[in-house]
Design a protein around this ligand. Structure first.
Ligand code: ATP
Ligand code: MG
Length: 391
């Protein structure tokens, strides 16, 4: 009897002619994540990815956990495969559910026939298998609505599979099917969520972080790297750029009107991120902004930052409340890291009275008080790069 993991595709199923490409990408992503855990056979069939271990002693809990974080999978379950005949199936049911059925008062069988050549329909199979279970476990009652144990049996082309109710996967579409984006990653709650939301829609996410030593510490940078590492459980490997931003911030402070500090800083960040994107073949920028959350995230403020961008800027958190963003960050596991109290360069020189309704021409005028171009080029040149992945 062999245990394997069945991963059901989500939207890939809708992709028509591109479907093969989507499936390949998904399989590659799953393979990369579980490869360090042992040898596997991965194959695709009937809108399902099969993960079959090829050696003993593999930590299947960990395989399951990792697969549940791969975008493109809507449901997954640990199943035992067997031949497509009732006796074999019943034997597996007893092995897999024997103890649970012994201790339960009620159960139901949920059978599904995906192999339409099988001689029993789904309801017939449920009834027959249910009958066999009742004849062995006399104390049990069938309860179709609130059963204590649900035995799922699927008849698929390649065999019969017995498992319990499938759990939700990460959803979305496979990373690598929607282009490349560069996430402006702070140490906060919002930007890691934004990055993962885009990865969920298939984007390969790289990250850029702006640091301002000595105003920001080495440990603050390490925190952001840990965030990227956590994100990579969902996004896959992340190319991580660190931009030295101190000089630019100091010159903003020394030369520009205080009320425009944050906006000018944002524009410089966007300019640098855009250069990095161009240099590295990335098609769009991604930020964690949410409309109206703070002074620099009003629509007028975003108009002034977007004015320096020639590539699209995606802000997937734009319409989410803080609470909704926090809920997602819990699920991703980034929340606990995000709330660690370290400084961010944004908080170094914050204006006491930031402009909430800035006019583009006023920001441009304020910014023109200093020639930032040489510093921007220098920052791009001195940007450091590394690869980050969690496993
Ligand atoms: P977050 O929770 O992502 O930090 P926030 O609500 O604190 O967001 P801001 O600090 O105003 O918002 O930053 C807005 C966006 O600018 C962030 O979501 C992020 O995309 C980007 N950003 C801010 N600081 C940095 C930084 N030091 N490095 C890279 N990007 C940054
Ligand atoms: Mg922040």
């Amino acid at each position: 009897m062999k245990e394997l993991i069945l991963c059901k595709y989500g939207e890939i199923v809708l992709k028509g002619l591109n479907r093969g490409g989507f499936e390949n990408e998904l399989m590659k992503n799953v393979r990369r994540r579980i490869k360090p855990l042992g040898k596997f056979n991965l194959r695709s069939g009937q809108s399902t990815l099969y993960i079959e271990p090829l050696e003993d002693g593999i930590d299947m809990d960990e395989v399951f956990e990792r697969a549940s974080k791969v975008y493109g999978i809507t449901k997954l379950c640990r199943a035992i495969g067997t031949e497509k005949n009732l006796d074999a199936i019943f034997e597996v049911v007893c092995e897999r559910f024997g103890e649970a059925l012994e201790n339960a008062r009620s159960f139901k069988v949920a059978a599904k026939r995906s192999d339409k050549n099988f001689y029993l329909t789904s309801p017939e199979l449920s009834a027959q298998l249910g009958g066999m279970i009742l004849s062995k476990f006399h104390h049990l009652k069938v309860d179709l609505f609130e059963p204590e144990v649900t035995v799922v049996c699927e008849i698929r082309d390649e065999g019969a599979f017995v498992h319990d109710i499938a759990v939700d996967g990460a959803g979305g579409i496979p990373v690598g099917t929607s282009g490349n984006g560069l996430l402006l990653l702070s140490g906060g709650i919002d930007s890691p969520v934004a990055g993962c939301m885009m990865a969920k829609r298939g984007v390969i996410v790289s990250a850029v972080h702006f640091e301002a030593p000595p105003y920001t510490s080495e440990r603050a940078l390490m925190k952001v790297e840990r965030l990227a590492e956590k994100m990579s459980e969902f996004c896959g490997r992340i190319t991580f750029y660190t931009v030295p931003f101190t000089k630019i911030q100091e010159e903003i402070r020394n030369n520009c009107p205080e009320e425009y500090f944050t906006l000018i800083m944002r524009r410089q960040m966007m300019r640098i991120a855009q250069r990095l994107a161009e240099k590295n073949g990335l098609q769009a920028l991604i930020t964690g902004e949410s409309l109206g959350q703070v002074a620099s995230q009003t629509m007028a403020a975003m108009v002034t930052t977007d004015a320096v961008c020639e590539i699209p800027v995606f802000r997937p958190c734009i319409g989410l409340d803080k609470k909704e963003i926090i809920d997602i960050s819990y699920k991703l596991g980034t929340f606990d890291i995000s709330i660690e109290p370290y400084e961010d360069c944004c908080t170094v020189f914050t204006p006491r009275h930031p402009k909430t309704k800035p006019q583009l021409k006023d920001v441009e005028e304020a910014e023109a008080m200093f020639d930032f171009e040489p510093l921007i080029s220098e920052a791009v040149e001195n940007t450091r790069v590394k690869n980050i992945k969690s496993y």
